[in-house]
Design a protein around this ligand. Structure first.
Ligand code: SAH
Length: 263
């Protein structure tokens, strides 16, 4: 059966990290140790093995000495997940790490899908601070109100659907946060996305980018939508497109919540 409606059950997980052998799927936040949640740190401390994409494993390596670290390159996500199940089958507590949150363009969904081949293995997802939030904090308060998160990667999503989502979010005047704005093969995607948004938004809309959030070289820049459309983003950039009310306040990008302020 693919879909059954379950009872409302207590989750048993409240109260901390348990020592049963299981896979933890851990969002490590944007990069620096201080931006990991305490729960994520405890989960990794309880593990024997930490598995992840090379860049993420390098980010946590120095804080979890003594753990076995296994890495796979990008695009080998299924292999990485199966590695995690194989390690748990050997009786070792295993963490699969992802940047930001594991459930936002991360591995938690894939871990559940693959878990059907490994019945009986427990899975626990540990949420982390996703780039929309950690990057938002760097550049000001761009989400603040209703916002949409859209990835420009068309590796697994057809571009026509991405365009539809961009247009829908913009027509509802939502602030938009773009992940995966660019890569070597997709240099013009941010430009294409901005042109779609400009079909209903003003070219003067307040926008911004944040690079290397919580990592060496972190930087941010506020700019108009027009300027953003010619910006050369890389894959370590998160892009923010304001809604029609977003303003620049002291150099920061701020979407008002709507409070009526006293004069
Ligand atoms: N699971 C991650 C997202 C993975 S998709 C999360 O929740 O944050 C990868 C994209 O996320 C990147 O192309 C970039 O747009 C964004 N991103 C993730 N970490 C980032 C960081 N430290 N600095 C800037 N952008 C980041």
């Amino acid at each position: 059966i693919d879909c059954i409606v379950g009872d409302c059950l207590p989750t048993k997980r409240y109260g901390g990290i348990q020592s049963v052998k299981k896979i933890y799927v851990v969002g490590i936040g944007p990069g620096e140790y201080e931006q990991m949640t305490i729960r994520a740190v405890k989960a990794l401390e309880s593990c024997d093995v930490i598995i992840g994409y090379t860049v993420y494993v390098d980010l946590v390596r120095e804080h979890f000495a003594g753990k076995e670290m296994l890495t796979t390159p990008m695009r080998q996500e299924e292999k990485r997940c199966r590695m995690a199940f194989d390690e748990v089958m050997k009786g070792r507590n295993t963490a699969m790490i992802c940047s930001g949150d594991a459930g936002v363009y991360g591995m938690s969904g894939l871990i559940y899908e693959i878990s059907r081949d490994y019945p009986g293995i427990e899975i626990e997802i540990v949420s982390g601070v996703t780039a929309a939030l950690s990057g938002g904090a760097v550049i000001g308060a761009p989400p603040m109100h209703d916002f949409a998160v859209i990835s420009l990667s068309d590796l697994m999503t057809p571009w026509t659907l991405i365009e539809k989502r961009l247009a829908a979010a913009e027509s509802a005047d939502m602030a938009i946060c773009l992940y995966n704005p660019s890569s070597k093969k997709r240099r013009d995607y941010l430009n294409k996305a901005c042109r779609i948004v400009m079909q209903s938004a003003s070219p003067e809309t307040v926008c911004g980018i944040v690079k290397q959030i919580g990592r060496e070289g972190e930087s941010c820049q506020v700019m108009t939508l027009q300027k953003l459309s010619n910006y050369e983003a890389d894959m370590f950039t998160t892009v923010f497109i304001g809604n029609s009310t977003t303003k620049v306040i002291n150099g920061k990008m701020v979407t008002p919540r709507g409070y009526k302020l006293s004069e």
